[in-house]
Design a protein around this ligand. Structure first.
Ligand SMILES: [Zn+2]
Length: 430
């Protein structure tokens, strides 16, 4: 019987509150005791000064498998997730082929199980091939366990088609997850439309490109009663729309990414494509609104939009470089450094809320009898920003000073990160 006792941590357990000087005992993959001054069972691990809570959950990861394994695959992406303190990650369906049918979703989940570092949870497409013309095989996807449906990377432009998807999923309590960027308004856009884009003479993407899609979708969510989730919120106006929808009692949730919380559009002046993403980095006032939205709960959670691109793709002049950056390894440190949340709120936005959205029962809470998916985090230690375990290195965080380090990640009772080191796990190819 393998037993481990984590001692003297600041622990966030089932009630969502943080308690100091708390021990957690794990035996054979299950949490068997949480409390003060517990008798040590098995190996004792001192966690003085550290936070211990449920393993992190990302509802927005691009693992690029199948089809673009030179950027990342489920093995390398799982490593990055574990290194970042995650025990589950939802894989976006904009792969090649896109995940628009049941067997494809099963392939992604099976690959995740073979790798065995995090639960890899497939999201499914809303439309067939992400083409925006016909609905994907929503029934098959749902039967394969998919609960989050998105054409991420693109927006469902046809409101009639989206309404049909919403009606179908409202009956089953699935979630419509939207990448909100109006293609017409964003056409040719390279960055946020504002003072900086005017100065640089660069074509911009106005805030309205995001806000009109969210406003439309909220109207359709009201019409259909579906659960609706907004991906990568980037503007202050979007935060206001989401706040109003929540005040009305609609089942609307939203995420912010580490990069939108960390950087504003002044970084684009460097012309470094590591600051090129969609939606774009917005104005400083938008960044402030996102941080405040996260603190107030209008924005429910942090999701990475981890988007690997190989060096030969990203090392181009700004206009030719692809959109997106990786983030799994630094999301917790970014939240800890720039948002200023307490321990309980940290685990709420990075674990409990995302696990709830994706309906992952083994994640998001730390309870006696529950699966031992947990993170020990040192909020004062410097984050490792000198290297990455992802296959791609398109990270704006490399070289930055960020506070907060993953000390241990435990996935189903086994260390995937121990004392800051990624653990080799049988079945994972390098
Ligand atoms: Zn997106």
């Amino acid at each position: 019987m393998s037993e481990i006792t984590f001692q003297n941590a600041l622990v966030v357990s089932g009630n969502g509150e943080a308690a100091e000087g708390t021990d957690v005992v794990v035996a054979d993959g299950t949490i068997i005791e949480i409390g003060q001054d517990l008798e040590v069972r098995g190996e004792a691990i001192d966690c003085t000064g550290k936070w211990l809570g449920p393993g992190l959950v990302d509802v927005h990861t691009h693992f690029r498998e199948p089809g673009q394994e030179w950027k990342e695959d489920i093995a390398s992406g799982s490593r990055a997730a574990a290194a970042g303190g995650y025990t589950a990650a939802v894989a976006m369906p904009n792969t090649d082929p896109p995940i628009d049918a049941g067997h494809l979703a099963r392939f992604v989940a099976d690959r995740g199980r073979q790798v065995g570092l995090v639960d890899v949870v497939p999201a499914g497409c809303i439309t067939l091939g992400r083409k925006g013309e016909k609905l994907a095989h929503l029934d098959e996807l749902y039967n394969a366990g998919v609960r989050l449906f998105t054409d991420d990377g693109g927006t469902v432009a046809d409101a009639g088609l989206l309404r049909r998807a919403m009606e179908y999923l409202a009956e089953r309590d699935g979630v419509i997850v939207e990448h909100c960027v109006d293609a017409g308004l964003a056409a040719g856009g390279q960055m946020h439309e504002g003072e900086v884009s005017s100065r640089l003479g660069m074509a911009g993407v106005p805030s309205e490109a995001e806000e009109i899609v969210i406003a439309r979708d909220i109207a359709l969510a009201r019409l259909t009663g579906v659960r609706y989730h907004v991906q990568h919120v980037s503007t202050a106006g979007a935060v206001d729309l989401i706040a109003a929808a929540k005040a009305e009692g609609l089942r609307v949730t939203a995420e912010a990414t580490p990069h939108h919380l960390c950087f504003d559009d002044s970084y684009v002046e460097s012309a470094n494509p590591l600051y090129k993403m969609m939606p774009p980095l917005r104005a400083a006032s938008d960044v402030a609104a996102l941080r405040e939205g996260l603190r107030s709960g209008v924005i429910d959670l942090v999701a990475t939009d981890h988007a690997p691109h190989a060096d030969h793709e990203k090392d181009h002049a700004w206009e030719e470089a692809p959109f997106g950056v990786i983030g799994l390894e630094w999301a917790a440190a970014v939240v800890n450094t720039v948002v200023g949340l307490g321990t309980a709120e940290f685990f709420r936005v990075l674990s409990t809320a995302p696990a709830g959205l994706a309906e992952l029962g083994d994640h998001g809470t730390l309870e006696v009898g529950g699966t031992a998916n947990l993170l020990v985090f040192d909020p004062e230690a410097a984050a490792n920003t000198s290297s990455t375990v992802s296959r791609s290195s398109n990270a704006p965080y490399l070289g930055m000073e960020l506070r907060g380090a993953v000390v241990h990640t435990m996935y189903r009772g086994r260390f995937t990160v121990r004392s800051g080191s990624l653990q080799a796990v049988a079945g994972v190819a390098g």
